[in-house]
Design a protein around this ligand. Sequence first.
Ligand code: GTB
Length: 217
Amino acid sequence: MTPTITAFERSPDRGRGLARDMRVRWALEEVGQAYDVRLVSFSELKEAAHRRLHPFGQIPTYEEGDLALFESGAIVFHIAQRHAGLLPDDAKARARAITWMFAALNTVEPPIFERSMAIIVEREKAWHEERLRLLEDRVHVRLGELSGRLGDANWLEGVFSAGDLLMVTVLRRLVGSGILENYPRLCAYIARAEARPAYQRAFEGQLSVFTGQPTTG
Ligand code: GTB
């Protein structure tokens, strides 16, 4: 059964692949699962029909038959469990990859998200600059730790996994900030991930919503 995901009808990122449908698209592309995308406007997000799928009125959602999921991490986990390619078969390696999924969403994403929100909604506050410096310090701490752990490896646990997929989507939120450039290993890690054909198909898919051009192939 072909799953259907939801994405912004008009993403504020203008097709840069920063909205969270990108990670779901990428996971589906990695495992070779075809999918449909239903585009949702900001007002539709808050309507009862969408809230039945997503209690917080957000994207992405995932529908597969009578199964409806929300939360990008849970959706990627579901896809990774149901298909080969995103989690190792070995039980311990699998547990480590899942640990990185949680680390991406629970430990690395929060300071990056807080920094983005501060820039979007707190820019006019008198204390904005001071708070931004504080938040950026927290981001630097995490990036330094992550870079140290990655070292010269290609991926966090040897082979590419859903942990890398989520981590890279989290890190990409910093593209253009000037922060990532302090971490050449993380820049190379992101570039390696972005070079994956599945990433590129997912990126083109979400970009085509913005440009109005259908993807080919
Ligand atoms: N924890 C949830 C998940 O991981 O699925 C969070 C989902 C979420 O934040 N969804 C956002 C949403 O629907 C879109 S992705 N927002 C509408 C609302 O809450 O009313 C977040 C996002 C939005 C825009 C950019 N951007 O423009 O760069 C980046 C990320």
